[in-house]
Design a protein around this ligand. Structure first.
Ligand code: SF4
Length: 589
């Protein structure tokens, strides 16, 4: 069932009042890929009456009032993407399109949606029940953070929104604990994964540099971020406290990770896999097509790329579903009247981390001084793709499934590190699960830039490319690799982009089309580098291209026909004419 979005829908369920109202910046898509739908269904499953107000208009406040006032709390999220990222390009221009809005036109999500919605509720009901922030926008802005769009360090979004609580990370466990505490009239401030404001600093808390210091001093900001990052593992995290004005922002330790059985239960709940008819009538919602017949197999990522916030939001420990639960979901997909035979994706933040995790980490937490995949794959990870091969085979055997695609990103360094099943897994992908092209994300070629990104060196990419081509030839296929690159990452100069172009031309024999200008999103190490102009691990200064023109120019160096200047182009490329399409891989471009 869809959660009610109007009074009439509440009446049909026989509900005169709701316990919880969720407000979101996306159209209401009832899918296990949409956080607000998952939270709603988890609460519903526990017996709470939950309604959703999606993309409310913000002028009159009529939309926000249409379900009345909840008994327990308001849950507010900006949607599946931080509203500033959703609304603005890396150059600061307003985006025209929005994949989570009917018709695809970006006209329904306000900038800083979490603040706008919380203020909308507060202006309508001065003394309402608690307002609880959640979702990616709130999660990554939970402590003092650098905000690219205003070019300054901002306070916790909890303080700016005048909300009562904030649930960070994957909140399906903590939201139940919070609802239980509020329903029982108990103090919810012991709930893991919760942030709140306090006049006092809690006893055992680790104190972060105060907001004033972090905002005004880049060394203090760096110290704050290191402390924050080290306290994101649920096994080892302590309580954090940061003084902001005359109060403390208190962050309780991360929520405990769900067990396989609990994760299975969340995914086995009744999702419509569609947008609510009210939104569907208004036009096509592009995101729905991507997620409708896809399956999430796991959560978390131990890749720890420095520009990515997943480790701060979902965590560095991968938790996965049982094969049985995934197969049950595939059977439900097959039974869907609009299913045409293709499962569009089977994966997670990184596709090939399913069922691979370090047992030491599960017992003792992430290592403080090492990373799991960088600079090399840690042997303790025990990488073996065997379980994934079995899962994919089982999915292919389901009657009604014609094709199973693995569209989520692949860590090719893990494939190379798997001496038992790495080649078997890649062969399986090439034979059955790649639709002409496989996406990989080397992001750059230059060692110093890759080091700042926390990504493996280009020799690993070339080794993988060679293996990919060899297997393709053996299989008689013409699949190709698509490379994702980043321009203007901290540490990257224009000359580095010229060298990247030369690497692509000489070694990859193509110029990538998927080139993104680095956007400093909140709470990543790369954003810390952007703001401080330093490598936070060595303390050394690093070049940062901050001008809009310079950042765009870096991208152009790689994408522009003929490369940078004429002189550079002449010096960069061999004079003899060379095809960008190697034999046997004509599509690789
Ligand atoms: S031992 Fe290796 S794989 Fe395990 S948590 Fe530490 S770095 Fe990661």
């Amino acid at each position: 069932m869809f959660l009610p979005t109007t009074r009439e829908e509440m009446n049909r369920l026989g509900w005169d009042r709701l316990d919880v109202i969720l407000v979101t910046g996306d159209a209401y898509i009832d899918s296990p890929f949409i956080g607000v739908a998952v939270i709603g269904k988890v609460l519903l499953d526990a017996g709470y009456r939950v309604g959703i107000i999606a993309q409310p208009e913000t002028e009159t406040g009529d939309d926000i009032a249409r379900l009345g006032e909840p008994l327990l709390f308001w849950g507010v999220t900006g949607g599946s993407i931080d509203s500033m990222v959703a609304n603005r390009t890396a150059a600061g221009k307003r985006r025209r399109t929005d994949d989570y809005t009917p018709g695809g036109i970006n006209n329904r999500r306000p900038d800083r949606a979490v603040l706008v919605y919380a203020n909308l509720i507060r202006s309508r009901w001065k003394k309402t029940c608690p307002i609880v922030l959640g979702g990616i926008e709130a999660s990554l802005r939970r402590i003092a953070h650098y905000d690219f769009w205003s070019d300054r360090v901002r306070r916790s979004i909890l303080f700016d929104a005048k909300a009562d609580y904030l649930l960070y990370g994957m909140a399906d466990r903590s939201v139940l604990e919070l609802a239980g505490a509020l329903a029982a009239g108990a103090d919810p401030r012991i709930v893991r994964g919760l942030c709140y404001a306090s006049r006092e600093m809690p006893g055992r808390a680790v104190e972060l540099p105060p907001f004033e210091a972090a905002a005004g001093d880049r060394t203090a900001f760096t110290e704050m971020f290191h402390l924050f990052y080290r306290n994101t593992d649920p096994v080892t995290a302590g309580i954090l406290a940061q003084k902001q004005d005359d109060r403390y922002l208190v962050q309780n330790p991360s929520p405990l990770l769900l067990s396989t059985a609990e994760l299975d239960h969340v995914h086995d709940l009744d999702y419509e896999r569609s947008a609510h008819p009210h939104y569907l009538r208004q036009g096509e919602i592009r995101a729905l097509e991507t997620i409708r017949f896809s399956i999430a197999t796991h959560r978390g990522c131990y890749g720890e790329c420095n520009f990515c916030a997943i480790s701060v939001h979902q965590g560095r420990t991968v938790r996965w579903r049982s094969r049985e639960s995934i197969l049950r979901e595939a059977e439900r997909i097959v039974a869907h009247p609009e299913f045409k035979g293709t499962i569009h994706d089977v994966g997670g933040p990184t596709a090939n981390m399913y069922a691979i995790e370090c047992s030491r980490k599960e017992r003792k937490g992430s290592c403080a001084s090492r990373r799991c995949l960088y600079p090399k794959v840690c042997p303790k990870m025990g990488v073996d793709h065997g379980a994934q091969i079995e899962l994919l085979r089982d999915l292919r055997r389901i009657k009604g499934v014609r094709k199973v695609v693995v569209a989520s990103g692949i860590r090719y360094d893990m494939i190379l590190a798997d001496r038992t099943n790495g080649v078997n897994y890649l062969r399986e992908l090439i034979r059955h699960h790649v639709s002409g092209q496989m996406k990989v994300a080397p992001e750059h070629s230059e060692k110093k830039v890759l080091t700042l990104m926390g990504k493996p060196g280009s020799e690993t990419l070339l080794a993988f490319r060679e293996l990919f081509q060899r297997l393709n030839e053996r299989e008689g296929r013409r699949q190709y690799l698509t490379y994702y690159m980043i321009a203007a990452h901290p540490g990257c100069t224009r000359e580095d982009m010229v060298r990247l172009r030369r690497f692509c031309s000489d070694s990859l024999r193509l110029l990538p089309r998927q080139v993104q200008v680095f956007t400093p999103t909140p709470s990543t190490y790369s954003t810390l580098m952007y703001w401080t102009g330093r490598d936070p691990f060595s303390g050394e200064p690093c070049f940062v291209e901050q001008s809009v023109a310079g950042r765009e120019e870096q991208k152009q160096v790689l994408t522009r026909h003929g490369g940078g200047t004429k002189k550079e182009a002449a010096g960069t490329f061999p004079r003899k004419k060379r095809s960008v399409r190697p034999r046997g891989h004509r599509g690789e471009r």
